[in-house]
Design a protein around this ligand. Structure first.
Ligand SMILES: Cc1cc2nc3c(=O)[nH]c(=O)nc-3n(C[C@H](O)[C@H](O)[C@H](O)COP(=O)(O)OP(=O)(O)OC[C@H]3O[C@@H](n4cnc5c(N)ncnc54)[C@H](O)[C@@H]3O)c2cc1C
Length: 383
């Protein structure tokens, strides 16, 4: 393994890979990416692949629009078919308060030129008759949205990064990060030390742990989310949008011939990624409530992964003030897959000291110290 590098990236999920890919697109050299397990084995491999423009803050909408440019042309750009299904996202509101906030969100989305339809329960029933609508106050639908393959996306970025000369080491855990006089100097791994003036924390749910190695408190906590999968389910016609019952924090979409259904998100942080029987019962009840025909569904597998949640459900990006060369790309709070192209690009720009193409100053870690958290009208929905 190299003894020196210009840039060390810690974490081989979609974020670390996208940063590496975008760095080589900008001509950067001497990049080493270190992954403690296998590429994609963290949150990226557990992700539902959702991609949407329907966000409620400007910064997330900007990330979505920038990322869509990459997702829409991924095969031409990387040579890998992303399997992007543009089935749309349908958000359902069941209270007047939710519906009023959905309308506000759509007004913001319209300002960005995003075509979001505001639908009455009757219209929802007409277009998707398998949904229970009698308790709904309304819904929003955007046909730009959809879902894609996280592993395909990861392999596209990894392929481009390797072609650009990035050295990628799996099974290589970063154990320590050293600094001298407020400047990053090296990392320690079980396979040896690498001196480098720049280290990027792209450790997903382990962001806090990696931050501590450099003496930096990164406020990111892991929260389990369980997902379940059904046997082939032919009773609903395609295309099925990714349907979100906001109130129940439940969603489903097509997955192959079956369905992917979201289980609960834990209320307490932990690294637990087991699947619970109780969660499967809950997901079955939510499913049959919103889509009565799903009483015919047979759940045949499930998995769980960790969201990497920040205090305001927004990413933490940029160089840490006072620790020269220590960059954070953390806290994506359930949206890291879909925003990875834009994040990779702005991080690469920051690292090579170009002006970022999206102003990300509001995402600095300093916002927590200054009490400048980003406010959202409703707690952010997490896929
Ligand atoms: C169930 C579920 C569904 C989701 N659905 C969606 C969705 O539909 N759309 C969406 O946009 N997002 C979704 N997400 C969120 C998304 O998966 C994450 O935001 C994204 O994958 C984060 O990528 P990452 O590269 O930051 O983290 P990870 O993929 O976790 O990668 C971090 C890597 O760092 C490695 N690492 C950690 N510590 C060290 C160390 N000390 N040394 C070396 N390597 C280290 C880990 O092994 C890991 O591979 C979902 C998440 C979950 C759990």
């Amino acid at each position: 393994m190299e003894k020196t590098a210009d840039i060390v990236i810690v974490g081989g999920g979609i974020i670390g890979a996208s940063i590496a890919y975008h760095l080589v697109q900008k001509g950067a050299k001497g990049i080493v990416l270190l992954e403690k397990g296998m590429l994609g084995e963290g949150s990226t491999g557990k992700c539902a692949g959702g991609i949407r423009a329907q966000f409620s803050t400007e910064i997330n909408i900007r990330f979505s629009l920038e990322s869509l440019k990459t997702w829409n042309n991924f095969e031409e750009i990387t040579g890998v078919d992303l399997g992007f299904k543009r089935a749309g996202y349908l958000f359902l509101a069941t209270t007047e308060a939710e519906w009023s906030i959905f309308r506000e969100n759509s007004a913001l989305q319209h300002q960005f030129g995003i075509h979001v339809e505001l639908l009455s329960p009757k219209e929802i029933n007409y277009r998707w008759p398998y949904l229970k609508v009698d308790d709904l106050t309304g819904g929003t639908f955007c046909s730009l949205d959809g879902y894609a393959g996280p592993y395909e996306a990861l392999s596209g970025f990894v392929k481009g990064a390797r072609q650009g000369g990035v050295k990628i080491y799996e099974g290589t855990e970063v154990l320590e990060i050293y600094q001298k006089n407020g400047k990053i100097s090296s990392v320690r791994t079980a396979k040896g030390d690498i001196s480098s003036p720049i280290v990027v924390n792209a450790a997903g749910p382990y962001a806090e742990e990696v931050g501590k190695m450099a003496g930096v408190e990164v406020p990111v906590q892991p929260y389990r989310r369980q997902l379940f999968f059904t046997a082939p389910f032919p009773w609903i016609p395609d295309p099925i949008p990714l349907v979100i019952d906001f109130h129940r924090a439940w969603y489903f979409r097509r997955e192959g011939a079956g369905l992917l259904i979201s289980g609960p998100k834990d209320n307490l942080p932990s690294f637990n990624v087991n699947v619970d029987f109780a969660a499967m019962v809950e997901v079955a009840e939510n499913s049959i409530y919103r889509v009565p025909i799903m009483e015919k569904a047979e759940i045949n597998s499930g998995w769980a992964g960790s969201y990497e949640i920040s205090p305001d459900n927004h990413a933490i990006l940029g160089e840490v003030p006072g620790v020269e060369g220590f960059f954070l790309a953390n806290g994506f709070s359930g949206h890291g897959f879909q925003h990875s192209p834009a994040v990779g690009r702005v991080m690469a720009e920051l690292i090579i000291e170009e002006k970022p193409s999206i102003d990300i100053s509001c995402l600095s870690i300093d916002r927590f110290r200054k009490g400048q958290l980003i406010r959202e009208p409703l707690t952010a929905f997490k896929e």
